[in-house]
Design a protein around this ligand. Structure first.
Ligand code: NAG
Ligand code: NAG
Ligand code: NAG
Ligand code: NAG
Ligand code: NAG
Ligand code: NAG
Ligand code: NAG
Ligand code: NAG
Ligand code: NAG
Ligand code: NAG
Length: 836
């Protein structure tokens, strides 16, 4: 084994993923697409598979690839570790182990500044690898990010499974080389995921404030030094989970743990109408950050003896950029509050008036300061206090958020305690901090995965090494399975999972995108009698749907995500995305959402008559007349047609079925459940490749065969719906004879023989015009064409259905039959009498 250290050169692939965050600002407002188009490069290390976590796709560094945007080169054997027991989740269930220098070389990256995040999940590898002995360093284009880094040491401080380090680095046309190397004396190092997101908006201005020597001094900031995010906190508010706000996926922790005297401040909140002080700031922070703040408690203000003070552990000998976020939430005038800002006991600003700085109330504004920490000091202080000198009436202070970045010095961002033994965790307590940042800060998905953890094993799956041995399976186990993890799992998962996540980036329900009204959890509880089971009106992959009454008695449907379900989260996001983009009479509309208490809750208009299916069979609800059925189908077709053509990129529903067509009190039909929908192919492409999703019985066989999604897949499903509507039976009924089990096949056979009327719902008998039925059968048949290109578009389907309705109405008139539509029971009764 020794002499045979072969160079294992593995050339892999990586692709840039252009995450088009086509998220909208306010509902109905113009799309901010150009601002939010951010490049993401997401690598699932040590894996050949692609995993999706909170809606983002991480490509395995072993994925068989299309090209060479990522190359892995290693001077010594590399290994992959994979969890067979994937309780830790797809992303952290695999990792890459390196025993010598390992380079991840990214080419063809659009140039610019990127947030680079390295994800480390502390595992212990029994027998062969002990994570405690793993100490390594990382360089990014020669900038030292980590040195003497020992994950176990960090984790024991953080009590967390996951350590994520975040850096802001410039990338030029040469791309990025990430160089990982074990320290001398350490047998190996490892990494679980690499995340890069480009910064599109303007994050930093060239000029930043200096501290001490009177306020108003400025200096310039050179981002080429490299920055490391040390703290990012939502002051006076909840944790904000990473979401695609401006494509940046930042995490905001809570500030209480850093306050010297938490009693000195009180939390305030006002969610109304907050905007950025400057439109250029939309990438700086999500608006939700500005909705909460900490102000001084009254006694403090009266006595004027205290500051609100935060203290942070930092690495000595570096310069730090301190960004303070403000938003005046209370006073609508100048001199409402004037205060002083101290950084490291030095004055950073006097007589600071947010209203004046931001140009008004409810305007999110930030101010940056830079200060050096000497090599003997390992803490950074931020204090806000009354400005006793001015004698102004308002001397209360306020802070909404803060960020602390470490600035690179001479090509170095790593801090190493010089204590001799390299293999000991060297980066010291200074890291305690980060814990909170990330320990508590994993995204919903990972948290959800953690939820189940209690012992799991990971086996070495594959080794890109030439030496014989090590083919045996090695078992991994979590190093620190302790109280803290369990707690964080219980407490925080809900937290981040739902509410926090969203607002985090304001991307989805966050306030920068206001998709309707924000409900308090109390309102939701009141509306649903605390989610009483008796109020449940539906259950889906996403979670439960409750009936509820808000305000003056308006009925609503309340969809509550099951926080356990990652799928749920993805679907939730998609749903919001689609519904915030589109409004249409035949698409169910969203009234609002609730993001408190870490809940993911959507509130919709109430559809009094439930699902189309419930009016066809299997319930004792009123059956629909043929005319009503046609109108319902036309409405649904209109909704789908709009989905396919109404937005810049078509949207494919992917789950068209009679339970997703809802009827309001007037039996007007609306498409619902956009959780699976996907943006359709771009103009220059003909399809979207995707894993097959949808409902059995409605699934387009072509999509199934080729996993290529087009609008025509919806057309197929709609064809099945048309047959279901006319036959009033389940699309799959295993209790029937074999040739009848699948409605699509069975009905198609009859239709091809032009004898559809033989299998028509007995309830309709005598109540439809034969011409309309004939035409209807033809449309349904066309929708079920084997190849998508032979199927009509939804627009054509719609047009034909309208013609069918016209034929039927002429027949009704000719025969002097009254079918005045709507929920007219008499009509239905008379029909019932007539039909059966
Ligand atoms: C991915 O890895 C698994 C396990 O080693 C293997 O069975 C599978 O064939 C690999 N797939 C590809 C596409 O390499
Ligand atoms: C590499 O990156 C370039 C630029 O982003 C892109 O056009 C190209 O498709 C990528 N190649 C592969 C194989 O992903
Ligand atoms: C890794 O990259 C560095 C910097 O580009 C280079 O000096 C070194 O030779 C590379 N090592 C390997 C194993 O490719
Ligand atoms: C690794 O270190 C942690 C804390 O320092 C300790 O609890 C654990 O037992 C060690 N594990 C091994 C395998 O040495
Ligand atoms: C929140 O701000 C709005 C708009 O400025 C104001 O009308 C409302 O009174 C504020 N609410 C609280 C609780 O301060
Ligand atoms: C929201 O803010 C805008 C601009 O600051 C203002 O014109 C508008 O009146 C505000 N609306 C409410 C409800 O306060
Ligand atoms: C916003 O950015 C543009 C371009 O960088 C600049 O010209 C403009 O002055 C900025 N506006 C404000 C209010 O800072
Ligand atoms: C700031 O002052 C506090 C006492 O008020 C002291 O404990 C701390 O060390 C000082 N910090 C610095 C950076 O000088
Ligand atoms: C607030 O902190 C600064 C810096 O530590 C100190 O000089 C000042 O006296 C403090 N103010 C009060 C009211 O304690
Ligand atoms: C994961 O491991 C735990 C403990 O070893 C075991 O109880 C559980 O059944 C495993 N889960 C799976 C899916 O293998």
């Amino acid at each position: 084994m020794r002499g045979s250290r072969k160079r294992a050169m593995v050339t892999l692939v990586q692709l840039l993923r252009l995450l088009l965050m086509s998220l909208l600002s306010a509902a109905g407002e113009a799309q901010l697409s150009s601002e939010t188009d951010s490049v993401s490069v997401l690598i699932n290390c040590g894996s050949n598979s692609t995993v999706t976590v909170t809606g983002r796709t991480w490509t395995g560094d072993l994925s068989p690839g299309i090209g060479g945007n990522l190359t892995l080169t290693s001077a010594s054997p590399m290994e992959e570790a994979t969890s067979t027991n994937s309780t830790l989740g797809p992303l952290y269930g695999s990792g890459r182990i390196f025993t010598g220098v390992l380079n991840y070389t990214f080419r063809q990256l659009p140039t610019g500044n990127y947030f680079l995040r390295l994800h480390f999940c502390p595992f212990a590898l029994e027998d062969s690898h002990n994570v405690n002995e793993s100490t390594f360093g990382v360089l990014a284009n020669g900038l030292r990010l980590l040195s003497g880094f020992n994950v176990a040491g960090e984790a024991s401080i953080s009590s967390s499974y996951l350590i994520i380090r975040e850096y802001l680095i410039p990338i030029n046309s040469n791309g990025l080389v990430l160089e990982f190397a074990p320290e001398k004396g350490s047998p190996f190092g490892f990494v679980n995921a690499i995340e890069m997101v480009s910064v599109v908006g303007q994050l930093f201005s060239d000029s930043i404030g200096t501290v001490g020597g009177g306020s108003g001094g400025t200096t310039s900031l050179n981002l080429n030094r490299g920055l490391e995010t040390v703290y990012r906190l939502n002051v006076g508010g909840p944790e904000i989970q990473p979401r695609g706000e401006s494509g940046l996926w930042r995490h905001w922790g809570v500030d209480t743990g850093y306050m010297i005297n938490p009693d000195a401040g009180i939390e305030i909140k006002n969610t109304s109408n907050i905007t950025y002080a400057s439109m250029n700031d939309s990438a700086v922070a999500p608006l939700v950050l500005y909705e909460t703040a900490r102000t001084m408690s009254n006694t403090q203000v009266v006595e004027r003896k205290f500051n609100m003070s935060w203290k942070f552990k930092v690495d000595p000998g570096f310069d730090y950029l301190v960004r303070l976020h403000f938003c005046e939430l209370v006073f609508d005038q100048l001199n409402g509050r004037n205060f002083r800002i101290f950084i490291n006991n030095k004055s950073a600003a006097d007589n600071f008036d947010i209203y004046a700085q931001a140009g008004g109330k409810n305007r999110g504004y930030h101010h940056d300061y830079v200060d050096a920490i000497s090599s003997k000091v390992s803490s950074l202080w931020i204090q806000l206090g009354p400005d006793t000198a001015t004698g102004a009436s308002g001397t209360d202070a306020l802070l909404n958020g803060l960020e602390i970045y470490k600035l690179g010095r001479n090509g170095n961002l790593a801090y190493t305690v010089k204590t001799g033994t390299l293999s000991k965790a060297s980066s010291s307590n200074a890291r305690r901090a980060r814990v909170l940042l990330w320990g508590v800060g994993m995204g919903l998905a990972s948290v959800a995965l953690l939820a189940v953890v209690i012992g799991f094993s990971i086996v070495i799956r594959r080794k890109v090494k030439m030496n014989e041995s090590r083919d045996k399976k090695c078992v991994w186990k979590p190093l620190f399975l302790n109280e803290a993890v369990l707690n964080s799992r219980g407490g925080r998962r809900r937290e981040g999972a739902v509410g926090g996540g969203k607002n985090a980036n304001g991307s989805l329900i966050g306030s920068s995108i206001r998709v309707g009204r924000r409900f308090a959890i109390a309102e939701i509880r009141a509306a649903t009698r605390s989610f009483d089971e008796s109020m449940v009106i539906g259950v889906g992959g996403f979670g439960k749907v409750f009936r509820g009454e808000i305000d003056d008695g308006t009925l609503v449907a309340i969809k509550r995500a099951n926080p356990q379900s990652e799928q749920g989260l993805n679907e939730f996001e998609t749903e919001i995305e689609v519904l915030s983009k589109l409004r249409h009479r035949h698409l169910v509309s969203m009234i609002g959402f609730c993001e408190e208490n870490n809940e993911m809750i959507l509130v919709y208009e109430f559809m009094a008559n439930g699902t189309l299916r419930s009016h066809l069979f299997g319930s004792d609800l009123l059956r629909l007349s043929w005319k009503q059925r046609l109108e319902v189908c036309i409405g649904a077709a209109r909704g789908l047609h709009y989905l396919h053509t109404g937005a810049d990129r078509s949207i494919i529903h992917r789950d068209v079925k009679t339970t997703n067509i809802l009827l309001d009190e007037n039996f007007v039909s609306k498409m619902s459940d956009f959780g699976l929908s996907r943006t359709g192919p771009a103009l220059d492409r003909t399809h979207v490749s995707t894993a097959v999703k949808g409902s059995f019985g409605y699934l387009d066989p072509e999509y199934f065969r080729r996993q290529q999604l087009t609008e025509k897949s919806d057309v197929y499903s709609f064809g099945v719906v048309l047959f279901e509507v006319v036959c009033a039976r389940a699309v799959i009924n295993p209790s029937l004879p074999k040739d009848q089990i699948n409605l699509a096949e069975w009905a198609l056979r009859w239709q091809r023989e032009r004898s559809l009327e033989k299998i028509v719902d007995p309830f309709l008998e005598g109540g439809f015009s034969p011409e309309s039925m004939e035409k209807y059968g033809e449309i349904a048949e066309k929708c079920l064409a084997d190849e998508g290109r032979n199927r009509p578009t939804m627009g054509e389907v719609l047009w034909h259905l309208e013609y069918v309705l016209h034929l039927h109405e002429m027949w009704l008139r000719a025969n002097n039959i009254k079918d005045d539509n709507g929920n007219s029971i008499s009509t239905l009764e008379s029909q019932q009498a007539m039909g059966t």
